[in-house]
Ligand binder design. Structure first.
Ligand code: NI
Length: 182
């Protein structure tokens, strides 16, 4: 782990279930956190990361699905269209992969790291990625989308993750059961 990467919080840690606080003033502090979030996302081979996943209660996300890097503050979905199903993993829930139905096209309103307002139109994987990260800011996780059967199947895995989170043991999973880690 290099010195600019942050520790990823694992399922069972309370911050993952909190609603992230809106960022009122965007300063060099936020820019530095975003920079560290980007390093952490890349180091863990993720395509998205939300601030609560690194223990920071602020409405900030970073996304890079291969079509460019986004660093956004206070993101909100203002338009949704169509639907798609994509199998998603989550850096905070290693070893779990869930098929999720989400909007296919969305429009996101957010601020960039210099507090400039912007609207971004996204579709396909990028749209799924934004929806996944914005869910994190609401305390919502991929397991919340799981069917009853899937919940039964992943029950033991989640219990094991929770136990590790409680024990505060350093937990580094190299499980790559899902190609998309967000
Ligand atoms: Ni995630």
């Amino acid at each position: 782990m290099s010195e600019t990467t942050l520790k990823i919080r694992i399922f069972g840690e309370p911050i993952l279930r909190k609603k992230a606080r809106p960022v009122k003033e965007i300063t060099s502090t936020q820019r530095e956190i975003l920079r560290q979030m980007v390093d952490t996302m890349y180091e863990n081979h993720g395509i998205g990361l939300a601030a609560p996943q690194v223990g920071i209660n602020m409405a900030m996300i970073v996304v890079d699905c291969g079509t460019g890097l986004y660093k956004l503050l206070n993101p909100k979905i203002i338009k949704k269209e169509g639907h798609q199903v994509i199998e998603e993993g989550c850096l905070s829930i290693p070893g779990v992969c869930i098929k999720i139905k989400r909007a296919k096209k969305i429009k996101v309103r957010a601020q960039d790291e210099f507090a400039k307002s912007q609207e971004i139109e996204a579709e396909g994987l990028l749209a799924a990625c934004f929806q996944h990260e914005i869910d994190h800011l609401e305390g919502k996780l991929i397991v919340d989308y799981a069917s009853f059967l899937t919940r039964l199947q992943i029950h033991n895995k989640l219990r094991e993750l929770k136990k590790r989170a409680k024990d505060e043991k350093l937990f580094e999973s190299k499980t790559k059961s899902c190609p998309l880690q967000l």
